[in-house]
Design a protein around this ligand. Structure first.
Ligand code: PBG
Length: 330
């Protein structure tokens, strides 16, 4: 007890604080999400996400090589699909020459060695902006799964290393595993968005890929999780592990740290967190309004995800943070 015990003693020096630190943020923990568009030499800033761009394939290669040289271990690709190619059945999702497949091939040809994670969901390709095929006014689970399997196989053929289903259909992890194994892709991993909430923090992302106008006021509440629930997230994760997921993802990040912590306590599977577009936008706009220093709040919020139990974190600030960590590790 005080005065013998003084917890401030271990905080006396920077070197001592480093020795007793329970978590360290490293570029190796970061996954860099990137938005791809058609064209060459395109860098189109996303209005609601200052500092984040839609990039043409050549720029994606440049950005990825930067990420690689800074120690980032994977990128995650999201396509901004021309609205003319969007249909009710999302046919473009499994076109072997679609934008995303061409991007993967170009990246592999360029000789990059870091992982390529590809989202599996239909929202970039549907005219209505939903993650699946709509029948009788709702996304049909089993019909959607069939299309997701075709999409995942096309992505693996192009060279995707990790398939990341983000659609929240029931049973899609086992169906995807079977589809990939049948094609001989037994070593391609599945990162399941196991607990993905129906969150308003996805707003800027939907602007970025151009699905917000299509979705209009449509809600994803019949497939994404209810923000009121935690027990259900544990059930979702449990099922995805049984179905063969290699890692599970919790999304968004900071508003759902309790889910990350519980999942890390309960399961022995790698847990990833996704600091989503709205979280990035909040910190960026707050910093632009001079509320705080961007890098400080960004690193603090990424550390929060690590402390909660995530081994890797998707963040739009990955490149900026990795640069910062080069100079000043935390
Ligand atoms: C698509 C998908 C979304 C995000 C990742 N994959 C949006 C959504 O579900 O509406 C959100 C990412 C972000 O906000 O950064 N299924």
């Amino acid at each position: 007890m005080y005065p013998i015990t003084r917890l401030r003693r271990n905080r006396t020096h920077r070197w001592l604080r480093d020795l007793v630190a329970e978590n360290i943020l490293m570029p190796e923990n970061l996954i860099y999400p990137l938005f791809v568009v058609e064209g060459t030499n395109v860098r189109e800033e996303i209005e609601t996400m200052p500092g984040i761009y839609r990039l043409s394939i050549d720029q994606i290669i440049y950005e990825t090589s930067q990420a690689e040289s800074l120690g980032i271990r994977a990128i995650a690709l999201f396509p901004c699909v021309d609205s003319k190619l969007k249909t009710a059945e999302a046919d473009e999702a499994y076109n072997p020459d679609n934008l995303i497949c061409r991007t993967i091939k170009a990246l592999k040809q360029s000789g990059i060695t870091i992982g390529i994670i590809c989202d599996v969901a239909l929202d970039p390709y549907t005219s209505h902006g939903h993650d699946g095929i709509v029948i009788d006014n709702d996304v049909d689970n089993d019909v959607t799964i069939k299309v997701l399997c075709k999409q995942a196989v096309a992505l693996c053929k192009a060279g995707a290393d990790i398939i990341a289903p983000s659609d929240m259909m029931d049973g899609r992890v086992s169906a995807l595993r079977e589809a990939l194994d049948n094609e001989g892709y037994t070593q391609r991993a599945i990162l399941s968005y196991a607990a993905k909430y129906a969150s308003s923090f996805y707003g800027p992302f939907r602007d970025a890929i151009g699905s917000s106008t299509n979705l209009k006021k449509g809600s994803k509440a019949t497939y994404q999780m209810d923000p009121r629930n935690l027990q259900e997230a544990i059930r979702e994760i449990e099922l995805d592990i049984q179905e063969g997921a290699d890692m599970v993802l919790i999304k968004p990040g900071m508003p759902y740290l309790d889910v990350i912590r519980d999942a890390a306590n309960i399961f022995s599977i790698p847990i990833f967190a996704y600091q989503v577009s709205g979280e990035y936008a909040m910190l960026k706009h707050g910093a632009l309004a001079k509320c705080f220093d961007f890098m400080s709040v960004m690193i603090e919020s990424l550390l929060a995800c690590k402390r909660a139990g995530a081994t890797a974190i998707f963040t739009y600030a990955a490149l900026e943070v990795a640069r910062e960590l080069q100079n000043k590790p935390r």
